[in-house]
Design a protein around this ligand. Structure first.
Ligand code: 1QQ
Length: 374
């Protein structure tokens, strides 16, 4: 696609024709191919999220290729869970005529890379960034992922009621934008529910040995551990907590929404409570079709990150068709108009802050799977 911008049109011109079409919605026909690029963490610490996202995107791209009128070219690149690599990819997408960028996987990376797109007027749809402030980076930055602030309060409230929480210990990594943002919401929600925080314990995203921190936590005899961590820390933290005889419930943020937790922590993951943006038990037609198609294509079940990725590309298609254009400004405008779209995440809208709006769900790990906490 290099050279698409040679006409001086910063929106790219499409590989084989113009990106301004005719018609609207289902009748929209665009001659050119709309180039969509994703920067995902396919290697490095966040790879288990990114691999799942890639599957969700590729399934959606396959389904979109069967629709009439608009063709997409999806390119998926690896940011290596490294903000500098993501910046390089975003710079490449700005200059190669990409119409819209999806990603990156981590909020921590997004804060550094997304401004590159914002400055160039290249729209971005984040599909897993949940930290506060992501879409405040500019009017070209959107997300289809619910924020920690949209999910954690109801998770803490439900857990407080069901588990009769009075006193907890909070643990979080204090060197990652998402885990810090999640911590802020957890602390506020615990206060709002009248739960005492007996101790707040911090660690690094790179830590994997939590035994001494957990021993300190155990001395508080907490009713629960409330944890904001990415999956590479969550797995050993949960495993070691159980090994040390901490039987109290563990409540996690979005980083825990990863089946790798159950695969690697096994029995120790049972009873973990986590708020989610996707209800795997939803029997809506969109979710049923998504889950069946995913299982068929990959011979495995999707997770929340796959569902958000799949939904993301469908949302992009909706935005493109709204103005029947694959040009950057037009897609940006189209994204602002996404309202009450039926998706696997539920009835989906983008609000005036360019954030996602739809129902969340509180889940508990049971028999190695996420189940709705009733
Ligand atoms: C963020 C997250 C991560 C858990 C995404 C994989 O929510 O970085 O915002």
């Amino acid at each position: 696609l290099a050279g698409c911008s040679s006409t001086g049109d910063d929106s790219g011109s499409g590989a084989d024709g113009g990106l301004k079409g005719s018609g609207s919605g289902d009748t929209c026909t665009i001659e050119g191919t709309v180039p969509v690029a994703a920067a995902l963490s396919l290697t490095g610490a966040a790879a288990s999220y990114g691999e799942s996202q890639q599957k969700g995107l590729e399934l959606a791209a396959e389904e979109l290729s069967e629709q009439d009128g608009v063709k997409y070219e999806l390119t998926v690149e690896d940011d290596g869970t490294d903000p500098r690599q993501a910046i390089g990819l975003f710079e490449q997408f700005v200059s190669d005529g990409t119409s819209l960028v999806i990603g990156p996987t981590l909020s921590n990376t997004a804060f550094q890379a997304q401004p590159v797109a914002q400055d160039a007027g290249l729209p971005v749809l984040a599909i897993s960034n949940t930290a506060a402030g992501i879409t405040e980076q500019g009017d070209f930055i959107f997300r289809d992922s619910l924020t920690e602030a949209q999910v954690i309060p109801q998770t803490i409230k439900a857990a407080t009621e069901k588990q009769d929480l009075k006193k907890v210990v909070v643990m979080y990594s204090n060197d990652d934008a998402f885990t810090e943002s999640g911590y802020d919401v957890m602390a506020q929600s615990l206060e709002d529910n009248g739960v005492e925080i007996a101790d707040t314990i911090t660690f690094s995203v790179k830590d994997t040995d939590f035994r001494s921190l957990l021993t300190a936590a155990k001395q508080q005899n907490p009713d629960a551990l409330v944890v904001s961590a990415l999956i590479e820390a969550a797995i050993p933290l949960v495993t070691q907590a159980r090994e040390l005889g901490i039987d109290a419930p563990i409540i996690g943020g979005n980083g825990f929404n990863n089946p790798q937790l159950m695969a690697d922590a096994g029995e120790a993951a049972e009873g973990v409570i986590v708020g989610a943006a996707w209800n795997s038990a939803s029997e809506s037609p969109e979710n049923t079709a998504f889950m069946e198609a995913f299982q068929e294509k990959y011979d495995s079940a999707p997770d929340q990150f796959a569902a958000q990725a799949y939904t993301g590309l469908k949302v992009v298609d909706h935005a493109v068709r709204a103005n029947c254009s694959g040009e950057r400004d037009d897609i940006r405008d189209g994204l602002t108009k996404v309202k009450d779209l039926p998706t696997p995440l539920g009835s989906f809208s983008i609000n005036e802050n360019r954030d996602a709006e739809h129902d969340a769900v509180v889940q508990i790990v049971q028999d190695g799977k996420f189940a709705v906490l009733n």
